[in-house]
Design a protein around this ligand. Structure first.
Ligand SMILES: [Fe+2]
Length: 238
């Protein structure tokens, strides 16, 4: 069980997220060719939506300039340019899509599965309508969960083990193991404590977190259902 939010709201967010994340489909299932392709067919949509819609929606109401700068820098790294890899994350995302057998055309024309569309709609509601802290938490828990649950498919080694890929081929994941630590987690979320000044806001964050977690359950369920279909069709990676 997650700890008492009245003691430490950040610890509560982290523990509750890890508790929920353990139960989601796809995250720790075997990575078959269908599951691999399904993730990337939906993640390309998420990549753009997070940085072009969801993060700006709450950042526009955030009074903490340090958080604003950090978040805008993340959007830049995702969609425009990350100085460390001299490319955008979108670029390495498309490259990895090709490694798991997808064409650029498939990635460019991908549509959201119904449960994934539900996830987008729910998160957009949180990011636009609720307190900016709820938007921040909702758009950063996934990276935290992926990095902190053992055997989660957000780890590069899982793609090597299940699909037989080389270290060079799993660069997208290896790089994100480090980059994602900067998106969410105990240290990153530390400023939340400073901004949560009332019990009502503490409760609003807790309630928003539950919606965000249920939305994520749908996201991964949608991916897994698509993966099941693709595997039935017999898709193969390169
Ligand atoms: Fe990224």
């Amino acid at each position: 069980m997650a700890s008492d939010p009245n003691d430490d709201i950040v610890k509560y967010i982290a523990e509750r997220s890890l508790e929920a994340g353990q139960t989601w489909r796809w995250c720790r299932e075997k990575i078959t060719p269908g599951m691999a392709q399904a993730f990337f067919l939906q993640h390309v949509l998420r990549n753009r939506f997070y940085s072009a819609v969801l993060r700006p929606a709450w950042v526009s109401r955030c009074p903490d300039l340090a958080i604003v700068r950090k978040s805008i820098n993340q959007m830049r790294q995702e969609l425009v340019y990350d100085d460390e890899i001299k490319a955008s994350h979108t670029k390495i995302l498309w490259e990895f899509g090709r490694i798991v057998g997808l064409t650029d055309e498939q990635l460019d024309s991908s549509k959201a599965e119904p449960k994934v569309a539900l996830f987008f709609t729910a998160l957009e509601g949180l990011a636009r309508e609720r307190h900016w802290l709820v938007g921040w938490v909702a758009t950063s828990i996934d990276e935290f969960i992926g990095g902190h649950i053992e055997g989660h498919n957000f780890h590069a080694d899982r793609w090597k083990e299940d699909l037989g890929l080389s270290e060079e081929q799993v660069f997208f994941w290896r790089y994100h193991e480090k980059a994602d630590l900067d998106h969410g987690g105990y240290d990153v979320w530390e400023p939340i404590k400073r901004h949560v000044t009332t019990d009502a806001l503490r409760e609003e964050i807790r309630d928003g977190l539950e919606v965000a977690l249920e939305a994520h359950r749908n996201f991964f369920e949608g991916i897994a259902l698509l993966g099941d279909r693709l595997d039935k069709q017999g898709v193969r990676i390169a």
